[in-house]
Design a binder for this molecule. Structure first.
Ligand code: PGA
Length: 251
């Protein structure tokens, strides 16, 4: 059985003090559910402090990006071993904002995925089409191509640590989420792609999230879909109340 993952992607929001305060509020909101894995992904500079706050809770820590090398002359970059040491379990890779604003291509995404797995981090690999691709009916071809390139070279025995986030670009930060049926259909297609790359058993274990304008009032319809294994939440993860409502969608 796949345990859903609901992850908060804080993007470039919250100073360190605010990040710590947000985690405290989430913990104060009530018990953290056991039926979903809950992850928060603050900016790099807050990871250590947030990690301290998370000790003893079952909220997991994730980063928003990483470099693929362990160390070296890469000014401004952060390595997987650094993330691992401070307690990250997850790392978001290839978010559309990284692809669009920071020129990350499929080859870089693939190097990061392979490196994350080698260093014991679970990559949350973001894929998704833009509005023009959607209008032209290219969603499936484009998204399955992104998935194949991202997981190239991943060994079968590593594949269970992969998480894929299907995030249609037109739904991110727009308040206009995908239809849950449509998201389920694309996610089923992603699973079929993973089946072709690995095998049906492995594809059946890989968690695939939906992301894009997830809110307390629409999380349930996504979680009820058979192929959708959680959510990557941006804006609505920045307030404790809305994030807590999302992670406790079934209460
Ligand atoms: P959003 O962002 O929930 O604000 O649409 C999602 C994401 O970019 O991961």
């Amino acid at each position: 059985m796949r345990k859903p993952v609901i992850a908060g992607n804080w993007k470039m929001n919250k100073r360190v003090s605010e990040a710590v305060a947000l985690v405290r509020e989430i913990k104060k909101a009530g018990s953290i559910p056991q039926n979903v894995e809950v992850v928060v992904c603050p900016p790099f500079v807050s990871l250590s402090e947030v990690a301290k706050e998370l000790k003893g809770s079952n909220i997991k820590l994730g980063a928003q990006n990483m470099h693929w090398e362990k160390s070296g002359a890469y000014t401004g970059e952060i390595s997987p071993v650094m993330l691992k040491e401070i307690g990250c379990e997850y790392v978001i890779i290839g978010h559309s904002e990284r692809r669009n604003y920071f020129c990350e291509d499929d080859a870089m995404v693939n190097q990061k995925v392979l490196s994350a797995l080698i260093h014991g981090l679970k990559p949350i690999i973001c894929v998704g089409e833009n509005i023009d691709q959607r209008d032209r009916g290219e969603t499936e071809v484009f998204v399955s191509g992104q998935v194949k390139k991202a997981v190239e070279g991943v060994e079968k025995d590593q594949a269970e640590d992969l998480v894929i986030a299907y995030e249609p670009i037109w739904a991110i930060g727009t308040g206009r989420s995908a239809d849950s049926d449509e998201a389920n259909r694309v996610i089923a297609m992603i699973r079929k792609t993973l089946e072709d790359v690995f095998d049906a058993n492995i594809a059946g274990e890989i968690r695939i999230q939906y992301g894009g304008s997830v809110k307390p009032d629409n999380i349930r319809e996504f979680m009820e879909m058979p192929e959708i294994d959680g959510a990557l939440v941006g804006g609505a993860s920045l307030q404790a109340e809305s994030f807590y409502k999302i992670i406790t969608y079934d209460r």
